[in-house]
Structure formats: structure tokens, C-alpha cells
Design a protein around this ligand. Structure first.
Ligand SMILES: O=C(CO)COP(=O)(O)O
Length: 248
């Protein structure tokens, strides 16, 4: 049984007051669901959010981390520091980090190993650009990202990873992949996991869709057979929208 996981990715948004207020507004409305609820917030918000979310079913995630525990890496945050706060998840390899901050499949792989070694569950993002989709390369690109991101990840560890399929052309554009398009790529991702890890594991791993998910389209996306959750950007900043998505 794969437990659905709805994760908000707040990207670079919200002050401490706004973040704490958000949790106060949603906490009772996301209780009692079978869905795992996660907020991936900027680093400055994680500790106040941890306190605000104590005693609720809301889990926390970071949006990035370095793979080293410490060192001369100005501006970076380490897995030890995230563990110190007690966060559960970390988004790794988001397309915005690949596009603007030079993340590669190799650094993504290092971060995945480091997160797993520290008991932080990676939300591992993959997805093709519009140009790649239009030239018929979606399957090849996504398969390659999955294979390279998971190099040397063991059978035991891979089931702790949540994969997020986020077509770059659907992020923040209002242009959602159709539920069928999303399910098709997610099905292929599951097939790649089967090739890499064999029977059994591929049915256990959770795969989310991300890209312009909102209250009004969450249900049809979540109803797809292979889609186990959503990674939500813009709509996760709005309490009512986020609650509606969690309660799809
Ligand atoms: O990038 C995303 C989540 O990680 C998706 O963003 P939007 O939901 O704003 O399209």
C-alpha cells in the first residue's frame, strides 16, 4: 500500500509570521486524513514551523542541502543541520536548482546518498523541458535522470525515496500536464525502477506529480493509477488551496 503524499514547496516565499499563521490555519483541516502532509519551506522557517506544527500530522522538509556534513561551503546548509531541527524530507534536484544553481545528475546523486545516510527522505525531482518533450525525448531524459540520480542507491534505501515527476513546462505556468500525460511518464518511471531494482520494489516506491497542481485539479490527478501524490508550488502558499489538495 502506497500512502499518498502531498508536499507543498514554498520555494522562496513567506516570513516567519506568515508561516506560523499558515500552520495555525490549516492544522485542524488536514487532520484525520490518510495522506502524508509535508511542507518544504525555506531554511529560516523550518525551526519556527517545527514548533508550530508540533502535535499535528504536518511534516517538514527542506528544499535543498549540501552533501557534506560541514566545511568551507559558504551559504550552504548541511544534512546534520537539517537533522538537528528534526526535519523528515528534503527536495533534491528540483528543476529550478538544476536550471539556476548548476545542479547536475552527479550532485543530485551525492545529495541523495547523503540525505539517506542521515535519515532524511529525499524528494527526488525529475522532468523534461518543453523542447525535450516536443522533440519526443521525454522518456529518454527522465529515464536518464532516474538512472543517474540513483547510482549505487541500495534496494533498502530506494524505497525511502519519493520521486517527483515535474515537467519543467508545467511549473508555475498554469499549464498542467493532463492527468493521462502525467500518469504515462510516471508509469515509465516505475518501469525504470523495475529494471533497476526488480519486482517488488517498483510497486512500493511513491511517485508524485508536480506542475500547476491546485485544488480544482488535484482529484483527477490523484485518481490516476500510478500517481501517489503531488508536489505543489504556488497553490501550497494559499491555506484554502492547500487544504483542498490534501483532502482531494
Ligand atoms: O515546482 C513545483 C513544485 O516543486 C510546481 O510549482 P507550481 O505548482 O507553482 O507549478
Amino acid at each position: 500500500m502506497r500512502i499518498p503524499i502531498i508536499a507543498g514547496n514554498w520555494k522562496m516565499h513567506k516570513t516567519i509570521d506568515e508561516a506560523v499563521q499558515f500552520v495555525r490555519e490549516i492544522k485542524d483541516k488536514v487532520q484525520g486524513t490518510d495522506v502524508e502532509v509535508v511542507i518544504c519551506a525555506p531554511f529560516t522557517l523550518l525551526l519556527p514551523l517545527k514548533e508550530a506544527a508540533a502535535g499535528t500530522n504536518i511534516k517538514l522538509g527542506a528544499q535543498n542541502m549540501h552533501w557534506e556534513n560541514q566545511g568551507a561551503f559558504t551559504g550552504e546548509i548541511s544534512p546534520l543541520m537539517l537533522k538537528d531541527i528534526g526535519i523528515d524530507y528534503c527536495i533534491i534536484g528540483h528543476s529550478e536548482r538544476r536550471q539556476y544553481f548548476g545542479e547536475t545528475d552527479e550532485t543530485v546523486n551525492k545529495k541523495i546518498h547523503s540525505a539517506l545516510n542521515h535519515g532524511i527522505k529525499p524528494i527526488f525531482c525529475v522532468g523534461e523541458t518543453l523542447e525535450e518533450r516536443e522533440s519526443g525525448k521525454t522518456e529518454e531524459i527522465v529515464k536518464n535522470q532516474i538512472q543517474k540520480g540513483l547510482v549505487n542507491v541500495t534496494d533498502e534505501d530506494v524505497t525511502k525515496i519519493v520521486i517527483a515527476y515535474e515537467p519543467v513546462w508545467a511549473i508555475g505556468t498554469g499549464r498542467t500536464a493532463t492527468p493521462e500525460q502525467a500518469n504515462e511518464v510516471i508509469y515509465q518511471i516505475r518501469e525504470t525502477i523495475k529494471e533497476l531494482y526488480g519486482e517488488g520494489i517498483y510497486t512500493e516506491i511513491r511517485i508524485q506529480y508536480g506542475g500547476s497542481v491546485k485544488g480544482s485539479n488535484a482529484e483527477e490527478i490523484m485518481n490516476q493509477e500510478d500517481i501517489d501524490g503531488a508536489l505543489v508550488g504556488g497553490a501550497s502558499l494559499l491555506p484554502d488551496e492547500f487544504v483542498q489538495i490534501v483532502n482531494f
